[in-house]
Design a protein around this ligand. Sequence first.
Ligand code: GUN
Length: 174
Amino acid sequence: MNNEDYPRDTQGYGAERPDRDEFVSRFGGIYEHSAWVAESTFDRADGLSAEELADLFANCVDVAPYEQKLALIRAHPDLAGKAAVAGELTIESTAEQNSAGIDRCTAEEFERFQMLNGRYKEKFGFPFVMAVRDSNRHEILAAFEGRIGNDLDTEFETAIGEIHKIARLRLEAM
Ligand code: GUN
């Protein structure tokens, strides 16, 4: 990797080329609780723009085995779930859920999230994942009601697609 090639906007290291640990500490959270994405792409991240880095990360996930993708989906906390209530979300997830107003749910909306979270996980074996930053909680609940009717393959692919969107938004926000 060339210092001059290392983009300031994505990496924020100025002229310094990050070593592996710095890279993983900076990008390990782009995919929720899944630092393996940053770890296994470090060697190919030379001089990439933010857009290219997002593509590299996405491709790494896309070619991963099914079980690893499943673990990635399962690494996501429920929307309006127990971890959110207990204040145990990652900084990124907290910001995403709050930006969609999930922290301001009425008791009734909160109940709907709990009911849907339970039904969804019972049906698919993983949590409902949606890139919520540009949506409000009413739109999220409507999407939730719609997606719960999908089949497993559709929902698995949709979840991975949403996770890529979340990753891109997290990269842009850096
Ligand atoms: N969409 C954006 N962030 C999250 C998250 O942390 N969990 C879920 N389930 N969806 C999200």
